[in-house]
Design a protein around this ligand. Structure first.
Ligand code: F6R
Length: 614
């Protein structure tokens, strides 16, 4: 949450900052701002709203400065307004700072600073930090670099910051703790700073991911210098980016969300490629192979995640218990970390996160690590904090997901978790070769099946047109389809602002059935499989109360077709793989309803893509 960018180089900063902020806008879009040095003055432009509003504030005369910083905000402390927008400045206006994270002890520091005469113009924790830096610099008579380091040693919380000083147009100071930050090193002594690599990829492939508790200085004359919070010099580790520019552009689609829904045949294929060997019947996953004994002897697996990733975790619970016969507990990372959980050193903890930056999931990982568990990460963003904090893992190869609502990341997560479950089952010797071979072949056929489901787009759109004005919706599924019901409901509420609930189909009669009347769409995943007949009974219960049924059924289904108001057919596959196929029409349904209601599907209100605060 919050996107930050910085540039120091030989070209005008304005375009770099605006473009960078547009790429990072998925991280928050409550306000936008920038600061740059021109003719010895530190100029700050900022406003409530989006990057396009910032462009209007700057107006026709663009700054020519070659150094600057920019910010796009997801509000934590203080409402979204002009005053709370970043950058924030020191009392004397000489330093400006942008920040992603939360300064937890800001209230105490603010009080102390106010006692010393500091006056604050915003409600933010960030403004406190820039005043603290100013205070330390004046009191100690040290450089800005040193003042930032000393100030940060008084701070509790999470931060990625970039600081610019009016009296030095040749340097930026950068620091990080628990919020992501990457520094790109260009070919011409130019530096690009950003919350993730998307604003950088166009200019350079050489990047340094700053570690927690590191403070860096980028300087035209001296280059990149890094120290830790104890002032020990650190050697920058330069890595090559693998990201492609096309992957972060809309590619002819109206929205990132629609593009990402349609990318799923490819992202699923990429998440399988190189792992499944149909000839040998084996699955190769280094994070499992390298810790084979731990997986063989584990008494329990804990899965920690949030939101959509948590739904993928629920599917994994069914898979791991079904295939590998290991007890699994799936935890909301935010609950897990605060309830003194029982974690045995023999446990394996799987952390699932698209961004790899979710603060609660990262904290759950740290906690489980301290207690001796083996931590396996399933992340999409290479080099992200969670992927670095885990002992081992497997990346989902979904490519950058920019739409705030997770779509292709979910299916890629389930695909990777599927392979984990099969691989562990093989290692533990609890699955027959015949079953593995059949399931592997089914898995391999998914990209084509998903391609086929995407053809239901027009039908789904026509159903969405009928229900676009509804106020509530119920999603029902059973077994492997229960997590899909949760995921379908989450998609609808987050992008169309319609209240929606996901339920295990059989639980409906224990309460939610009271909600059903002729205005209530009930979306049921009623594919063939173990609980098909039970779900058919649930459909009848809904129809008896005049509810409107939209059913996702297996192709050729006749029974449900005779009862439901609308059916969307999906290709036949194994029960365990249905979530990957059945979630697609639910994604499309939410997308169309949201578009028809005039909602911004890529940037739904109040949300941000990467939740780096608790
Ligand atoms: C919903 C959505 C969120 C994320 C959640 C976890 O569409 O995207 O619920 O799934 O914030 O994010 P990651 O997976 O990045 O840890």
């Amino acid at each position: 949450m919050c996107g930050i960018v910085g540039y120091l180089g030989n070209e005008p900063v304005y375009e770099k900052v605006i473009k960078g902020l547009s790429r990072l806008e998925y991280r928050g879009y409550d306000s936008a701002g920038m600061a740059y040095i021109e003719n010895g003055d530190l100029i700050v432009k900022k406003c409530k709203g989006k990057v396009v509003d910032l462009e209007n504030v700057v107006g026709a005369v663009k700054p020519l400065s070659h150094i600057g910083i920019g910010h796009t905000r997801w509000a934590t402390h203080g409402v979204p307004n002009d005053a709370n927008a970043h950058p924030h400045c020191s009392g004397d206006g000489s330093i400006a700072l942008i920040h992603n994270g939360i300064i937890e002890n800001y209230a105490t520091i603010k009080q102390e600073l106010m006692n010393r005469g500091h006056v604050f113009l915003s409600d933010t924790d960030t403004e406190v930090l820039v005043h603290l830096i100013e205070d330390v610099r004046n009191a100690e008579g040290v450089s800005l670099f040193e003042a930032v380091r000393l100030a940060l040693s008084e701070v509790h919380g999470a931060y990625a910051i970039v600081v610019i000083d009016k009296s030095n147009a040749d340097q930026l100071i950068v620091a990080k703790k628990s919020s992501p930050l990457v520094i790109g090193i260009g070919a011409h002594d130019d530096f690009y700073i950003a919350s993730d690599a998307t604003p950088i990829i166009e200019y350079t492939k050489n990047v340094v991911y700053l570690n927690d508790d590191e403070v860096a200085r980028v300087d035209r004359k001296t280059g990149l210098t890094i120290v830790n919070i104890d002032n020990q010099s650190q050697t920058p580790y330069i890595q090559a980016l693998e990201l492609r520019l096309e992957a972060i552009e809309k590619g002819g689609y109206d929205s990132f969300m629609l593009k990402e829904i349609h990318e799923q045949p490819r992202s699923i294929e990429d998440s399988i490629r190189g792992r499944v060997n149909l000839k040998t019947g084996l699955i190769k996953m280094s994070g499992i192979d390298e810790h084979e004994e731990r997986w063989k002897t584990a008494q329990r697996i804990l899965i920690v995640a949030c939101g959509t990733s948590w739904h993928a975790g629920l599917v994994a619970e069914y898979l791991l218990e079904d295939f590998a016969r290991i007890p699994v507990e799936v935890e909301y990372a935010s609950e897990f970390r605060y309830r003194n959980p029982i974690i045995y050193p023999t446990d394996i903890v799987i952390a699932i996160s698209q961004s790899g930056e979710t603060a609660d999931t990262l904290a759950a990982v740290e906690l489980a690590k301290e207690r001796g568990a083996l931590i396996f990460g399933v992340c999409n963003v290479v080099g992200s904090s969670i992927s670095r904090a885990t002992h081992c893992g497997a990346y989902t190869h979904a490519g950058p997901e920019i739409g705030v609502a997770s779509t292709k990341a979910f299916t890629a997560q389930v695909v990777v978790l599927y392979q984990i479950a099969l691989s562990v089952a093989q290692k533990r010797g609890v699955i027959s070769n015949e079953r593995t071979t059949r399931l592997m072949a089914e898995l391999g056929s998914l990209p084509l099946k998903v391609e086929q489901v995407l053809k239901t787009n027009a039908l789904t759109e026509s159903i969405a047109a009928i229900y676009q004005h509804c106020s509530n919706a119920l999603y029902l599924g059973r077994g492997y389809s229960f997590p899909v019901a949760l995921e379908g409901a989450l998609k609808l509420k987050e992008i169309s602002y319609i209240h929606a609930e996901g339920y295990p189909a059989a639980e409906m009669k224990h309460g939610p059935i009271a909600l059903i009347d002729e205005n209530m769409p009930v979306i049921v995943i009623a594919t063939e499989g173990a609980s098909y007949e039970k779900v058919v009974s649930n459909i009848q219960e809904v129809k008896a109360r005049k509810g409107q049924i939209i059913a996702i059924v297996t192709e050729g289904d006749k029974t449900v077709k005779g009862m439901a108001d609308h059916v969307i057919e999906i290709p036949r596959t194994d029960d365990s793989l249905v979530p990957i196929v059945s979630v697609i029409p639910l994604q499309l349904f939410s997308y169309h309803v949201a578009i028809m209601r005039g909602c911004n599907v890529d940037q739904p209100r109040n949300l941000a893509k990467s939740v780096t605060v608790e």
